[in-house]
Unconditional design. Structure first.
Length: 318
């Protein structure tokens, strides 16, 4: 995997094959029980004992090194400045395309990190809750661009992350329903001073346009201490999305309350055509224009093959 642009000589990443990366696990213990894999795995994603041992346990070990180093730096700086700040969490961003397996990766990391000694408090938030409500998207004429950067309430998301990074207690995030495909009114998820916060979303590594006057323009990744981008070829992503759409047609879409209930009675051919149309109109466009260009900003890149297993790992050089 070469992350460089064609004209770029220096590769800022060290790239490891699956085999080489798996050896970095060393003696990191397996803390997940076999029965947990189904709970952590998203629909049609690949997660088994081998994947956790080869990919996620080495990553857990690496993150423990990063978190420990950051904490030691934080306490040294507080001592140097003679200040007493509130508890500041370590924030990990997880990015990548629709259907690539972000949710599975985020949940596995949460489960593994929460079992470090001495049992840190690890919270997980998805940026879906910071999408504008459907009514707002309809009014602005961008319902077909749901998931694009402009469909998020960025000031609200930045305010949330700022409060978290400031060590504030009982910070609230909006709740999103995948059943109704909308924000749930008057419901909130509360994050209360975690040791580690995982933030998962397609566009969490987005940047903004730099101002000519030098004024600060905060972006979501400003608050990250570490970031993971989950990568896969477009052909695989398309196939995974179609497969997931067909499975949802037979399960979640059959619920009368589902936003996509109208697709429940489609034939295989009709459902496949519909999934391809949605993929090309929305998800592929978002991938090419917004998500993939942020890949080189990640600390670590997990490259998946067509069978959903991670084939290689790229780690940014310090």
């Amino acid at each position: 995997m070469d992350i460089r642009a064609p004209e770029q000589q220096y590769n800022p990443y060290r790239v490891y094959t699956r085999e080489a990366w798996s050896r970095l696990r060393d003696d990191t213990p397996m803390t997940l029980e076999p029965g947990e894999f189904d709970r952590l795995r998203s629909l049609h994603d690949r997660l088994d004992l081998q994947e956790v041992e080869d990919i996620y346990l080495p990553l857990s070990r690496l993150l423990s090194i990063y978190v420990d180093a950051m904490q030691r730096l934080y306490y040294a700086e507080r001592q140097f400045l003679d200040i007493r700040d509130r508890k500041v969490p370590y924030i990990i961003g997880v990015a990548g395309s629709v259907a690539v397996g972000k949710s599975t990766t985020a949940r596995v990391l949460q489960a593994l990190l929460a079992r470090w000694s001495p049992r840190p408090k690890v919270e997980l938030i998805t940026t879906d809750g910071f999408l504008y409500p459907n009514a707002v998207l309809e009014r602005q004429g961008i319902m077909q661009k749901k998931g694009f950067p402009e469909s998020y309430d960025l000031p609200l998301l930045l305010s949330f992350l700022s409060d978290i990074k400031s060590g504030r207690r009982h910070v609230r995030a909006p709740v999103y329903s995948h059943l109704t495909y909308d924000i749930v009114p008057s419901q909130w998820a509360e994050v209360d001073q975690p040791d580690i916060l995982i933030v998962e979303g397609v566009n969490v590594l987005q940047t903004g346009k730099l101002p000519r006057d030098g004024k600060a323009v905060p972006v979501v990744s400003d608050f990250f201490d570490f970031s993971v981008y989950i990568d896969a070829d477009e052909a695989a992503l398309r196939q995974w999305y179609i497969k997931r759409f067909l499975a949802l047609r037979d399960t979640a879409f059959t619920n009368p309350k589902s936003y996509f209930n109208r697709y429940a009675l489609l034939s295989d051919e009709e459902a496949t055509a519909t999934a391809i149309a949605i993929w090309e109109r929305t998800n592929l466009a978002n991938l090419e224009d917004n998500i993939l260009p942020t890949r080189p900003r990640a600390t670590l890149i997990l490259k998946k093959g067509a069978d959903h297993t991670v084939e290689s790992v790229a780690l940014r050089r310090l």
